[in-house]
Design a protein around this ligand. Sequence first.
Ligand SMILES: O=C(O)CCC(=O)C(=O)O
Length: 402
Amino acid sequence: MAKKAQVAATRPPPNLQTRLKKQSVWSFGGIAKAIALPFGVAVASALAWFVLRWWKMPTMYHHVHRVQRLNTSDPGAMERFFQSFHGRLPVVIEGALSSWPAMRWTTASLTERCPAAQLPVYTYDLGATDWAALRDAGEMSLSQYLAEEFGHGTAPRNGARYGLEMSLRNECPVLLEDVRIPAFFTDDLLVRYYKKAAWPTLIVGPRGSRSGLHRDTHDLPFWMALFNGRKHWRIFAPNDQALEAHYRPERNGFAFDPFQPDFWEHPDLAFATPYDHVLEAGQLLYIPNGAPHGAYNLDDTIAISGNYLDTRSLGRHYNTTCSQSLWQNSKLCWAYEHDFAQHKPPQAHNLKELSFFQFSGFAGSAEWCQAFLPDLRERAEKRAELRRCLPTVEGYCSMLGE
Ligand SMILES: O=C(O)CCC(=O)C(=O)O
């Protein structure tokens, strides 16, 4: 009896027993049991989502077009250019550069012939907000640049500097004698009315240097004549919808790498359709108005390039380009309307390749000097950076008997 009473005394009263039972549900084991199922389901779903996304992740663009070619010796090449490519599609033009002395340019000849030339240099940074994802890295002498950046063979290098848009007429006018303006691009309103335009310009880039995907200023069409090395190009149609979400108006460019898009982050980019071409020395590339483009230098490259505005592009210029907030206040959208309107487009078959001096409206280099030098002197009074170029241009023109 005494024992029974003892046992009863150690057993908790019935209401306390149920309380303890309830508490045990919230013990560690209980909590673990309670969350194990939802946690397991969440992990499994996350894993399934990850695997599915990885499985479905595109590894390349669904469609890649090759850039079509046009040979200048084909009868009707000029008409074909205007019918099929002008304002619509990029095209590689062959046979246009074979007689240009610039095809013989080397780092040694540029160094010797342009001793005072200064080259604007840039470094590629996809995160930068600058044009073509190229950060301004200042200016350096062309000869020093070529000595430091070119000739590294195939050794992998990071942070190569890219030399872009060196004005030939200001920095090394003697080189203008070695280049021509291809017939396709000679109907240029800018060279006639917008004297600030300094095209064609020199573009020099060592192996591994590159530009980001961008549209050109005022969505102008672009051409490049390549004299040395190979350049890999990716170009998109002006209205490729898959690109629109990646457009950054502040830099008229795109926040992704067209050569290695991040398909994990942006699977929609697989629906973009690039035109792909490795441009070889001796080839001329045309990129239509507003077409996004970017290039990667597979070798040390030497090229010239230009933008232009021809009468056949004027409708697009005013109706599309100038309606964008980026350009609507630009002088090119209002100040030259009268001049541009009275300019008649030449017939395609009348277009001929021109020397730079003829393209600028002069019979030859001496006549060009007579107009350009006083103009440069006047502009140099207001712009200090042009003062540096005066002795170079004066030296060139005095050689011709200005
Ligand atoms: O050659 C390059 O890397 C790009 C040049 C270019 O696209 C441009 O000047 O608009």
